[in-house]
Ligand binder design. Sequence first.
Ligand code: AMP
Length: 582
Amino acid sequence: MKHDTNHPPAPTAVHGFSPGFAALGLEARILTTLEALGYEEPTPIQREAIPPLLAGKDLLGQAATGTGKTAAFTLPLLQRIAHGAKQKPAALILVPTRELAIQVGEAVQRYGKELRATVLAVYGGQAIGPQFHALRRGVDVIVATPGRALDHIRRQTLKLNQIQVVVLDEADEMLDMGFAEDLDAILEQTPAAKQTALFSATMPPRIRSIAHRHLKEPVEITIAKEPVKAGAAPRVQQTAYVVLRPHRGATLARVIDMAAPKSALVFCRTRVEVDEVTAMLNGRGHRAEAIHGGMGQSQRDRVMNAFRTGQTELLVATDVAARGLDIPHVSHVINYDLPSSAEVYVHRIGRTGRAGREGAAITILDPREQRLLRSIEQHTKAKVTVAPVPTVADLRAKRLERTRAAVQEAMETEDLDRFAGVVQSLAASGDPAKVAAAAVKLIFRAQGGERAEQEIPAIQHRPPETHRPMHRQAGYADDRYRGAPARSGERQPVGRPGRGGREAGMARVYIGAGRDAGIRPGDLVGAIANEAKVNSSVIGAIEIEDRFSIVDVPEAMAKGIIEVLGRSRIKGRKVGVRLFRE
Ligand code: AMP
């Protein structure tokens, strides 16, 4: 097996723990969790942040969403508190919005599974009562928006005198939202002898000053600052599609259907994703094979042979698996996930466009990851065009064109005499053009042209300078209208729309159960996310009244969510669900 010259061979320990994570000092129970999640190696921010954090150092990290920063601070935090004093809560993670609180809370839960760490997300907009109860029982890790954290501190339902670790996540966003004073007030309540980590996508002076006030001799880490070596980035047509997470799978299938690549490498971040994506593509009639670090050598050889000989057109891989392989030139590299750094991106897309040949690189990303995409553009000095996701009509037109081309080619190159008799006999009873149309229809159908397709909802794309991640606009954080003094030139926080004022692109869903039935926002988020299989980050404002609740969801998903919720049970009972009208 040949190796790429500029990268080390794939780790030999393909079974068992990732040597990369183990070398960072993480303990066996965490390694087991990472193994189960299918993480093969640490991302750059994880490699740099985990050792100092495990050693108890304060940290100032510049990293955007998509770099793996949540695990970078959560894994050491969990390991430290698992071995520290048992008082609760032992760790506090402050985040700017409700959505992030939920998301980070879920991540802490996932990463802390083997350690049996308990976590609670508290955020504005959530009924405060149930939070008292959970706080009284005691949890290891609190993930909170600053406004709601302060509320609890003032009511003395949250006591921070035992806190060992504090994380400020997306600190620049928190300051943008006017939380500077709240942060100071919260940190004042924590013990002096604690560890503090601050992460921010940008490092303006305001962040430096907060770091100066609250961090002790921090280790500083900046990710993706090193420009990629000149000439390292290949000349490849680069395109990106921005979609919400729940639509990533459908988008991948759509772009592959559109591009009909002869040979493509599809990159995923984890083994688990590699397997899911491979199954999904095969289910849609593609010939896809998975390759990842968990496979034995003979299995890999079989897959690579199938790919080299064209039996398989799609190879779905993790970075680690692909690194150790001698992969032939491919027509397309598709990033199902944005890679965690510019270096990995360049290495991935270097598989296409080799030796003057044409190549295309396609990336699917979450709105929250656009900052990382821009940083990749800066460092590769290459433009990545953000394009709208192809519509059903686009795909249909493409398929028809493909059928046309296939027929034309057959007309030019194939021996058609054998079929002339059939055509003549059919034409005897009708119009020859009709015969041809019927034949084309059958080919179109045989090529899968009539497979039912659904539109993938577009997200409103704003120019980068004014862009706010979509789910934030849609999001609800009552923390947000806590006096955020609008500095000139700064964006005003988006207030919560009143019941009459739904946000653009969002629909309001009426659910016939409310406070009287013991409904909490988490129940609704849970029901929608689990039953309708949508990511909780797309859910907007939640309003709970005595007898009913109203949840904002993206318009394009409303119908599906209403259908599914109407059929399922919320807190054990059936409830009426419909579009909310004034
Ligand atoms: P974050 O930047 O924390 O929002 O993480 C971005 C995504 O990367 C999440 O979906 C994580 O599950 C995933 N991720 C984080 N670390 C790794 C890793 N070492 N290997 C693979 N995926 C990862």
